[in-house]
Design a protein around this ligand. Structure first.
Ligand code: DGL
Length: 267
């Protein structure tokens, strides 16, 4: 199975395009909803929680896990790849969502905006990746603290959510009024994409990374048939959460069709 990990609901915005592009690949989703948001936590906490999620998915026999979370990708991916996999799981793989999005963005324009969690912004992962790919690029970043909490609570149509998105969008434009592309660089934010669209100037393209990640994954699997052949192809879809609450109806609303989550213990 292909493992997909997020701090909560956000990874569903990555999972859906993966299901669309690779419909027969069986997937196992884990949302650590009980401990979301990750974006305001320390690097050590994000690393430990992400590693626990990855270990859980490895224990369920996932040979490949996608960290469908920018915060986990920016704060834990490299450390997992360098200090855990070679010693404990030499035949397993973990990929993130930042590199595929940076590759797409770097080709699109020279002035980009990044809206992300405080931890992703602080890591400067997007700045580093984008400059490596396009040294002429100008990157402006804004953190949106509090937004993941509102989305996790299902408050996407509350006035507070609208206000918060408005303020983040305005702060980004104040930083660089000439931005051409804005990436919703937290997988939760596409769940309120229409609010970002409303508050950003019409001339700006607002981009979600789901399709970028799914396309990149498809290409990765064609380059690595030895990994692809280890992924079950019965189209089975399994959803796990660390939350003790029944999150299935909210998740179904976000995913756009009925999905059922099972509670598990990650720590
Ligand atoms: N969805 C995650 C991301 O892409 C993290 C949100 C959070 O837990 O703060 O960054």
């Amino acid at each position: 199975m292909l493992g997909v990990f997020d701090s909560g609901f956000g990874g569903l915005t990555i999972l859906k395009p993966i299901h669309h592009l690779l419909p027969t690949t069986s997937t196992m989703y884990l949302g650590d909803n009980a401990r979301a948001p990750y974006g305001i936590r320390t690097q050590e906490e994000i690393f430990q929680f992400t590693l626990e999620g990855v270990r859980f998915l490895f224990d369920q026999e996932c040979p490949l896990v996608i960290l469908a979370c920018n915060t986990a990708s920016s704060q834990a991916l490299r450390r997992i790849q360098q200090t855990i996999l070679p010693f404990e799981y030499p035949d397993r793989h973990v990929l993130g969502v930042i590199r595929p999005a940076a590759e797409y963005l770097a080709k699109r324009g020279n002035r980009v905006g990044i809206l992300a969690t405080p931890a992703t912004v602080e890591s400067e992962a997007y700045i580093h990746e984008l400059y490596k790919l396009n040294p002429a690029i100008k990157v402006s970043q804004i953190a949106c603290p509090g937004l993941t909490d509102l989305i996790e609570a299902g408050c996407t149509d509350h006035a507070l959510c609208d206000r918060l998105v408005h303020d983040c969008a305005r702060n980004l434009i104040v930083k660089d009024p000439y931005i051409e592309e804005v990436l919703l660089a937290c997988t939760h934010y596409p769940l309120v994409a229409s609010i970002f669209r409303k508050h950003l100037p019409k001339s700006i393209h607002v981009l979600n990374q789901g399709h970028m990640v799914a396309t990149n994954l498809e290409f990765y699997l064609t380059r690595h048939p030895e990994i692809d052949s280890r992924l079950e192809k019965t189209g089975k879809r399994t959803y796990f959460t660390s939350s003790g609450e029944d999150i299935s109806s909210l998740a179904s609303m976000f995913y756009g069709e009925d999905i059922q989550f099972t509670k598990i213990q990650v720590s």
